[in-house]
Design a protein around this ligand. Sequence first.
Ligand SMILES: [Zn+2]
Ligand SMILES: [Zn+2]
Length: 312
Amino acid sequence: MKKTCDQKERENPHIPLSTFQYPLSNTHYPKMKRIGAHVSIAGGIENAPLNAGKIGAKAFAMFTKNQRQWKAPALSPASVEQFRRNCADHGFEPRHILPHDSYLINLGSPEKEKLERSREAFNEEMIRVERLGLTMLNFHPGSHLNGLRPDECLRLIADSINKALEQSENVTAVIENTAGQGSNLGFRFEQLAALIDMTEDKTRIGICLDTCHLHASGYDMGNAEAAKTVFNEFDRTVGMRFLRGMHLNDARHPAGSRLDRHASLGKGTIGLDTFRFIVSSLDFEEIPLILETPDSDIWKEEIAILYSFTGN
Ligand SMILES: [Zn+2]
Ligand SMILES: [Zn+2]
């Protein structure tokens, strides 16, 4: 049975959910591009919004815990409170913040034990996200590891998503398209559409498109015209209404390589023309546009370049 907010507060008396508000949403200012980067949580999750602020970001992504470990200590109430305050101080709203799950999780694993472990870890991440007052969790669908047919693996992933959505009331599961490396699924729009189709609550399922992964999986993003064609195909097959965020990465390898190797903007096979098109298009306003480019020392510069294309 679903719990009301009041019930939840009573169960977690240390987290004063109702005493702290994020700034109200976009009624007070015009829509704009929300460009940022996947920032570090070293020293505590509350540092993520500060790290994002330092590089001129208006959105950010982060891991909810050490992404290479299964277990993490629960978030302390002080850390949650500070995280929320730092977000509010920098003007970050939940819809501009795109947490990413652990790389260890495989929601379509053919091995029963690993599947269970992954589902447990993913559910825990959903709860962490909700405690932070956030509304999205970004994840890679999963890999069949040649132990299942792709359609069987997609069914498992969808079951994992349905179970995870039961763990929270407000968090949307945001599936990231993949490069199609190895046996990773989610590299074709048809696969993303199938996952949405099998998700019971369509109001809490979304997509994050990674430009490097698009290009690597064979959706040519090598110039603005090509990118437009890709987004039109995405709209026809999946629907732009499901787009909750993007990862803006150039690619080290040519279109169709199926290799997941990110490059700094303008230094790969996609090129600045495509990124200029994305950040000047009205289709991508108010959703997190996140850099996962390899040189974090130039994120500030990359964000400034992108903003110079948008006019805001
Ligand atoms: Zn990712
Ligand atoms: Zn990505």
